[in-house]
Design a binder for this molecule. Structure first.
Ligand code: NAD
Length: 311
């Protein structure tokens, strides 16, 4: 495993991060015992950073993760969770809910402090409220010692940039924007660096689209994008490798982020990903897959309020 600093903080984390969304059954049912083994395997193999949210499986992911982390040395991992989103259409960015949410997460995760708490999917809210109310509530919790660092997450990079320009943040978490399909995060990275905000990358497999199994039914990408991904998986299989490995190598090799969170709910996927993620992608294979994915390149989809999708 390799490690990088989260710039501007005292945190140093593995380049491959454990994304706990699948523990909330987001990609299909995961038996808790299987999920717990996947977390322990990741830690054993040198993964030191974990991302979760009360939203994933409506607290199920945090509950399973808390069981997985019971008895593990608290200094062995960096733990990030979120506030503000609690269901598909259930958002509350108010200060009172933020404070209650952090206390509930601390209890479910069985810890006295959270290393990072980010406001979840800010594009669904009023960004002025996020700046004036949600983040100040988190800053208060930082002063109280319950959390160490704070940030925001979301899909439209314009929303992340807007808040980064108006508030003091440690991190932004962007997803599906540095993958074989979409590299637009690289265009925004200098702006975050200028503001002293560290960038965390998530969903290097484009939420399952860049896997042999393919995307889950709820995936928001247009059908043509998913067809190109299936063709790319075939190219990799013909060459005796996997699209998952190529996609991970591509994302993890990007130096502009501290870590890349991938969802991997069983031990086999953890082992495959830790084994496969490090090292440069095969340039010939990458060029061939790039050609197959060209019609799908940088095809984004709207998320949240329309005004939060515009630069
Ligand atoms: P992902 O791109 O990591 O893909 C996950 C899917 O790929 C799962 O179905 C998983 O089982 C499968 N997969 C992983 N490794 C595999 C392998 N070796 N072989 C076959 N299949 C494999 O998407 P994700 O899980 O949504 O994103 C990663 C993490 O990033 C999340 O768990 C979450 O922690 C975080 N995230 C945060 C936000 C946000 O804050 N708004 C959004 C997206 C993701």
């Amino acid at each position: 495993m390799e490690y990088r600093p989260i710039e501007g903080t005292d945190l140093r984390v593995s380049v491959l991060g454990y994304g706990a969304a699948p523990l909330g059954d987001v990609y299909g049912q995961v038996d808790p015992a299987t999920g717990i083994r996947s977390v322990r395997a990741a830690l054993d193999l040198g993964v030191t950073v974990i991302d979760v949210s009360p939203y994933y499986g409506r607290t199920r992911a945090e509950t399973v993760l808390g069981r997985a982390l019971a008895g593990v040395d608290r200094d062995a991992y960096t733990l990030a969770t979120k506030v503000g989103r609690y269901g598909l259409d259930d958002f509350d960015f108010g200060a009172a809910r933020v404070r209650r949410s952090v206390d509930e997460s601390l209890a479910r995760l069985g810890t006295g402090h959270l290393d990072l708490v980010q406001v979840h999917d800010i594009e669904f809210g009023d960004l002025t409220q996020v700046v004036d109310e949600t983040l100040p509530a988190l800053a208060g919790l930082r002063e109280a010692g319950k959390i160490r660092h704070l940030g925001v997450t979301g899909y439209p990079l314009a929303a992340l940039a807007s808040v980064a320009a108006r508030a003091e943040l440690d991190t932004v978490l962007s997803y599906c924007h540095y993958t074989l399909l979409d590299r637009s995060l690289a265009d925004w990275a200098p702006m975050f660096a200028e503001r002293g905000v560290a960038v965390l990358n998530a969903s290097p497999l484009a939420m399952g689209a860049l896997t042999a199994r393919g995307a889950p039914p709820w995936h928001p990408a247009p059908a043509e994008v998913l067809r190109c991904c299936a063709a790319a998986a075939e190219v990799c299989a013909r060459r005796g490798t996997t699209l998952e490995e190529l996609a991970l190598r591509f994302a993890v090799g990007y130096p502009g982020v501290a870590t890349t969170f991938v969802g991997m709910p069983d031990e086999e996927q953890v082992r495959a990903n830790v084994r496969g993620a490090l090292g440069p992608p095969d340039p010939d294979l990458l060029a061939e897959v790039d050609r197959v994915l060209a019609p799908a390149r940088n095809r984004t989809w709207p998320s949240g309020r329309p005004e939060n999708n515009r630069p």
